[in-house]
Design a binder for this molecule. Sequence first.
Ligand SMILES: Cc1cc2nc3c(=O)[nH]c(=O)nc-3n(C[C@H](O)[C@H](O)[C@H](O)COP(=O)(O)O)c2cc1C
Length: 179
Amino acid sequence: MTKKIVAFGASNSKKSINSQLATFTANQVENATVNTLNLNDFEMPIYSVDREQETGIPALAHAFKEEIKNADAIVISFAEHNGSYSVAFKNIYDWMSRIEQNVWMNKPMFLLATSPGGYGAKTVLNHATGIFKRSNTNTVVSFSLPSFMQNFTEEGILNEELNTEFKEQLNQFSAALSN
Ligand SMILES: Cc1cc2nc3c(=O)[nH]c(=O)nc-3n(C[C@H](O)[C@H](O)[C@H](O)COP(=O)(O)O)c2cc1C
């Protein structure tokens, strides 16, 4: 049966390289339809406990939750900003965590990160992978792509070693999805 994958770059950049990588990755999974989200469509006031008490959780946070609920699996590629999540992602994540602690609903996840530089945004990826693995009982795989401009084309990952590593993670993710 065809599976539904929700994919997004954890960035609000219009030309996000992480959005490109997330979309590409989700499209590699066989027998799946891909729903790519744009974080700009879910821009909300900055999370605060006071705001939550005064006006509740914004409808856009519930709308994002619905997208996750309706998916069989999730692909996220993280932009690294000062060693951490982009503000655009963190704000959505914080609001979502107030709807339900189990934000990703135990769905299989493929976590990626890429950057123009040679470190491949591993700091944010390692952070997210650690947290999501602890809070998700399902398969969580991860992959970092350094030097995006040199290593990525729409046809795939150019560096052979990196491509092999990517394919291994993709196979694990696809297997979890077909369970
Ligand atoms: C405010 C800011 C902070 C950044 N900090 C980092 C960083 O800590 N590590 C890194 O590898 N790249 C950093 N970068 C560069 C991003 O990796 C680069 O902008 C990348 O394109 C972001 O991905 P995106 O195109 O998906 O938004 C930073 C960029 C900005 C604008």
